[in-house]
Design a protein around this ligand. Structure first.
Ligand SMILES: [Zn+2]
Length: 329
């Protein structure tokens, strides 16, 4: 291609080079794709300044390998409570620009990763806020503490009810090495039901988004287990989850009848809270919704029937996420 070479300072023939480069991070060797340009005339290489710093990708991969928080996870969590970087830094007892550097892609040290994980538990955040009374004004502190209490109550009551009914299961190949993430499950349902989704289709969309995420990252999004039923894979106890959303008026249901077809159309009545998802999760939610946009219930059912995950399991069996390797998409 013809482009201006910054060394020759004129239009020359430029090659766009994509290759892998190895970086060492804390004793770990990480290979990431890098892109740069090379001028055919002078042989000099240069980068497109719009391209990402490769270290951002390297750190992201390092965090993924060690299951560490990504910058967006930290930022989203802070914003959920309406805290500024300065306020949260003081609550965590961190000085200066530490938090801002992490939110912008710097790799957090292990002690900070641990503290962040702990602080993300609502009861620990409550303690940290109470222990630093000078950071927030009374009004903001009271509002936050109330929010945290409400969050804990809601999470406890529904999770307890769920465990009572269905028992607790460990993160393993059947849950995609994840614990049940109720807020992700609910918001994924709301995301797919924006503008309406037939129940059969919704169940398959959830299956595909979880299994695709597992295929790429060896962890599911929602921690839901999927069961082999006649109409394809469906989330275990899905009636219970949709009932919970219907009860809270976050979702409504309409029966649709065309000739001898009848089905239930689920329509989201509120916007999903996308701040609960990480980057890779958001990307896949959008990709799966788009991929199956034109599929009707029968088409997506027939498509799912061709999955090894379906062909090699029998009725009522819980489907292992290890089948995600052979997913058709
Ligand atoms: Zn040149």
């Amino acid at each position: 291609m013809k482009k201006i070479c910054p060394h020759c300072e004129k239009e020359t023939s430029i090659r766009h080079i994509k290759e892998n480069e190895r970086f060492e991070v804390r004793g770990e060797s990480i290979e990431v794709p890098v892109e740069y340009y090379q001028c055919d005339e002078c042989g000099e290489t240069f980068e497109n300044t719009r391209d990402h710093d490769p270290l951002v990708t390297v750190y992201k991969e390092y965090r993924r390998r060690y299951d560490m928080l990504q910058p967006d996870d930290i930022k989203q969590w802070r914003k959920r409570y309406g805290l500024t970087q300065k306020e949260l830094s003081q609550i965590l007892g961190w000085g200066g620009a530490t938090l801002s550097r992490y939110e912008n892609g710097a790799l957090q040290v292990d002690a900070h990763e641990k503290l962040l994980r702990l602080a993300m538990e609502p009861h620990n955040l409550r303690k940290l806020i109470e222990e630093s009374p000078q950071v927030l004004c009374d009004e903001k502190r009271d509002r936050l503490l109330k929010e945290i209490d409400a969050e804990e109550d809601e999470a406890n009551s529904f999770e307890m009810l769920f465990e009572e009914k269905f028992g607790r299961y460990a993160p393993d190949e059947f849950s995609g090495y994840n614990r049940l993430q109720l807020s992700k499950l609910f918001n994924a349902i709301l995301f797919f039901c924006k503008g309406g989704a037939l129940k059969t289709k919704l169940n398959k969309l959830l299956f595909y988004v979880d299994f695709r995420h597992f295929k790429e990252y060896t962890v599911s999004i929602t921690g839901v287990r999927y069961v082999h039923l006649e109409h394809g894979p469906v989330p275990e106890n899905y009636e219970f989850f949709t009932a919970e959303l219907l009860r809270g008026n976050d979702l409504k249901v309409e029966e649709i009848i065309f000739g001898d077809f009848s089905g239930y159309n689920l329509i989201a009545c509120v916007e999903p809270d996308l701040s609960v998802f990480g980057d890779s999760e958001l990307r896949l939610l959008a990709e799966i919704k788009e991929y199956f946009r034109s599929f009707g219930s029968n088409q997506i059912r027939d498509f799912s029937h061709k999955e090894r995950a379906y062909l090699e399991t029998s009725n009522q069996e819980i489907i292992s996420y290890l089948y995600a390797r052979d997913l058709q998409i």
